[in-house]
Design a protein around this ligand. Structure first.
Ligand code: PSV
Ligand code: MN
Ligand code: MN
Length: 415
């Protein structure tokens, strides 16, 4: 969309007039939206693949340094990200100190470290039949040691979180012993947790299916929460938006986890059927808004502190320029958050108490249907970002420059 300063100013003052009456300060919203930062995963900078094909966009980062450069660019344009999430072994730093310094010079910190026990990459024992849950104790031990190594790398970079996503499961009835697989997973996670520094958090993902299509060891938030309880206070459930069966009420899951202070954080993406790589907000923006409503409510009502929650994008597809995709995703998340901040919570509470179903819906939709683009833009510009990051990226021909520098066939390592 083309953007003019005059239109921007008018839209912003309209918002101030509209919401000033209900006691909502636009300046306060701008500072909240500015402060909200979302980590970017190292694997989102290359054109992602499906299992059917991968089509390079050209100029993709060839190593960790170049991935940091791309995230530094995103940070500069959007002012919505200030951290990267690394995946080991894809991102093993040759010189951790140098990487740390480079990231610092770009204003980038190290968010959660991700282990990888869902592929074979030359390690002694295969993960074909599972990792932390494997029927063979020596495979479980190898997977635990890999996670401990990931923690060590994270320590050298200043990370404070470990994210565990397991592909473990089975494809056919009878293939796996459900309870033994769960027990093995629990013991493995306990061993990993024991090796984590006292100020680290363990984020445990769940996913109903894929790559296994009959049973997944951690298929849902309940199983993840149950395992976290067995493991320790600093183990919490990570909600990856795409990891739900269609029509699941994710906002309710968020509220339930916050009720028990069990919400570790988010992997943002979107999903139409059973996918987990579509751009955040591209399919179900209302759901994203409702999730933020629960997050804001849960934090305000002191169920769980806002600061204890981690935020990250986890998406990578093969039909968009990944940097443009991330700009869009960061924008959608900021918009959903800004709209949720506009909700008249006092009025909503009153409607809930009085059983005013229609009124409650009106309150939510008054916020959701508001155009907050000027507010998000103002927050970005005040923070030193670009008014229109996507237009800037295109007009400056940044992809073309990256192709000239890195080559047409440059491929991100590990993808
Ligand atoms: C696989 O489903 C997955 O998308 C998980 O969400 C992880 O977070 C990500 O890959 C990286 O391992
Ligand atoms: Mn994920
Ligand atoms: Mn996923």
């Amino acid at each position: 969309m083309s953007y003019s300063q005059e239109f921007h100013n008018k839209s912003l003052s309209l918002l101030a007039d509209q919401f000033g009456e209900s006691g909502i300060s636009i300046a306060d919203l701008i500072s909240k939206v500015s402060a909200f930062q979302i980590a970017v995963p190292s694997w989102a900078l290359g054109a992602g693949g499906t299992r059917f094909g991968r089509f390079s966009i050209g100029g993709e980062p060839r190593n960790l340094e170049e991935k940091l450069d791309d995230i530094g660019l995103l940070a500069r344009l959007t002012k919505k990200t200030d951290a990267v999430s690394l995946h080991i072994p894809w991102d093993i730093p040759q010189d951790a100190e140098a990487i740390k310094q480079k990231a610092a010079s770009l204003g980038i910190a190290f968010d959660a470290m991700n282990s990888n026990t869902f592929q074979d990459y030359g390690q002694a024992l295969s993960y074909k039949m599972g990792s932390l849950s494997n029927a063979d104790a020596s495979v479980r031990q190898q997977a635990v040691e890999h996670n401990l190594q990931v923690i060590e790398i994270g320590k050298s970079l200043g990370s404070k979180d470990l994210t565990v996503w397991l592909a473990d499961g089975s494809n056919f009835p009878g293939q796996a012993h459900f309870r033994k697989a769960l027990q093995g997973t629990q013991e493995s996670l306990q061993a990993i947790y024991a090796g984590m520094p006292a100020d680290w958090k363990l984020l445990l993902e769940y996913k109903p299916y894929e790559p296994n299509f009959y049973h997944t060891v951690i298929p849902d938030w309940g199983t993840s929460a149950m395992l976290c309880r067995q493991v320790g206070d600093r183990a919490k459930v990570l909600v990856d938006l795409g990891h739900h069966l269609p029509n699941t009420n994710i906002e309710q899951i968020v509220a339930t986890l916050m009720h028990q202070e069990m919400l570790a954080g988010f992997h943002f993406n979107d999903s139409k059927y059973g996918d987990d790589d579509l751009s955040t907000g591209s399919i179900k923006p209302y759901q994203l808004f409702l999730i933020f409503c629960e997050l804001i409510g849960g934090a305000e009502e002191q169920a769980q502190a806002w600061e204890s929650i981690s935020w990250m994008i986890d998406a990578s597809h093969n039909t968009k320029d990944p940097i443009e995709d991330l700009i869009q995703a960061l924008e959608s998340i900021a918009q959903a958050y800004a709209k949720a901040l506009l909700v008249d919570r006092a009025k909503l509470g009153q409607c809930q108490r009085e059983g005013d179903v229609v009124g409650a819906q009106e309150v939510l939709q008054a916020a959701f249907l508001t155009d907050v683009r000027s507010l998000v833009r103002e927050a970005r510009v005040q923070s030193g970002g670009e008014a229109d990051p996507l237009a800037f990226y295109r007009s400056e021909k940044i992809r073309e420059k990256l192709i000239a520098k890195r080559g047409k066939d440059a491929t991100a390592s590990g993808l």
